[in-house]
Write a protein of this length. Structure first.
Length: 328
């Protein structure tokens, strides 16, 4: 394992980004209380540290995440940032629904730009594929925003390989974003090969397994405002089995003189993906950044394959309603 500076990588369509991104979902909701001031400072520190790929979405807090990012970027040179957001999900008082209709997409981009305080985003994802709307129609409406100058490049999230090909045929895709980590390696079967074939970048959300791979989650005790309280992978029985795997990953991390989180992020980078870390504060950010200094050799990757092969972790990654919204 050798050290090097924070590298840059190229996604599809020539989009160059830092090898580690920063996700802002947890700054808005889903993982318990957050500190908006600290979130703003963390985003700015990430940019100062060379992390220029900032990921948000309307779905995160019903626009709160976008507003936090907008506040953070208000004092940052916009040209220093590769800004990504998403459309295709609608929040209501008691649920979330998919909406891939062109009329929704046309409204959503203007609303996102207003919250972000910018005239364009660099990467615009379809957050979920609407089963009631042909993906060609959704992507076509997003492509209109490229023509209008509101969006530079397009992507799609949690789509299967077949839908990815259809989307790419409608308008070139710069990136596919899907969950990928040592906990969730299923994209290695079809999605990663499809991305490589088509020249589409793979952006990995949840690279730390919603905190599981950091080694800090030790029991199934989550507040009502923490989504992990309803996720099967974090249920008491599944968690016990999964922690045994996490402990083996942590043993390897100690051998390599790094933290489990750093090893998990370095694994994603080694597999040719761009992990979107969800650092909630500057201390977590500083720890995670060291992952970009690690190069995992073939022996380390083989050991990880043996410890946590595809499908090793117990329990579904989503609860039933959320699982129904992702393509198989």
């Amino acid at each position: 394992m050798t050290a090097h500076a924070l590298p840059r990588v190229t996604l599809g369509q020539g989009l160059e980004v830092s090898a580690l991104g920063l996700g802002t979902m947890g700054m808005a909701e889903f993982y318990g209380p957050s500190d908006e001031r600290e979130s703003v400072l963390t985003i700015r520190q990430a940019i100062e540290s060379g992390v220029d790929f900032i990921d948000t979405a309307y779905m995160y807090g019903g626009g709160r995440s976008e507003a936090i990012v907008g506040r953070a970027l208000a004092e940052v040179d916009r040209d220093r940032v590769v800004l990504a957001t998403k459309c295709g999900l609608i929040r209501t008082a008691d649920n979330v629904r998919i909406d891939g209709r062109p009329e929704h997409i046309r409204r959503a981009i203007d609303e996102s730009l207003a919250r972000l305080g910018t005239d364009h985003v660099d990467l615009y994802y379809l957050h979920r594929v609407d089963p009631e709307v042909p993906v060609e129609e959704s992507i076509g409406a997003m492509a209109e925003q490229v023509t209008a100058g509101k969006v530079r490049l397009l992507g799609i999230s949690e789509a299967n390989a077949q839908t990815l090909r259809r989307a790419h045929a409608t308008h070139p895709m710069a990136a596919l974003q899907s969950e990928y980590s040592l906990c969730t390696r299923e994209p290695e079967r079809e999605l990663l090969p499809a991305c490589r074939e088509l020249g589409i970048g793979f952006v990995a959300w949840g690279p730390l397994g919603r905190g599981l791979l950091t080694g800090t989650v030790r029991r199934a005790e989550f507040g009502a405002d923490d989504v992990r309280s309803i996720l099967p992978r974090f249920g008491a029985d599944s968690l016990a089995a999964n922690l045994a795997l996490v402990d083996r990953v942590a043993e390897l991390a100690r051998e390599l003189d790094c933290t489990p989180a750093q090893l998990a992020l370095a694994f994603d980078i080694a597999r040719g993906t761009v992990p979107i870390q969800g650092a909630m504060d500057r201390a977590q950010l500083a720890e995670n950044l060291r992952a970009a200094e690690l190069t995992l050799d073939a022996e380390v990757l083989a050991r990880l394959d043996a410890i946590v092969p595809v499908g090793a972790f117990d329990g579904a990654r989503f609860h039933a309603p959320m699982l129904a919204a992702v393509e198989k």
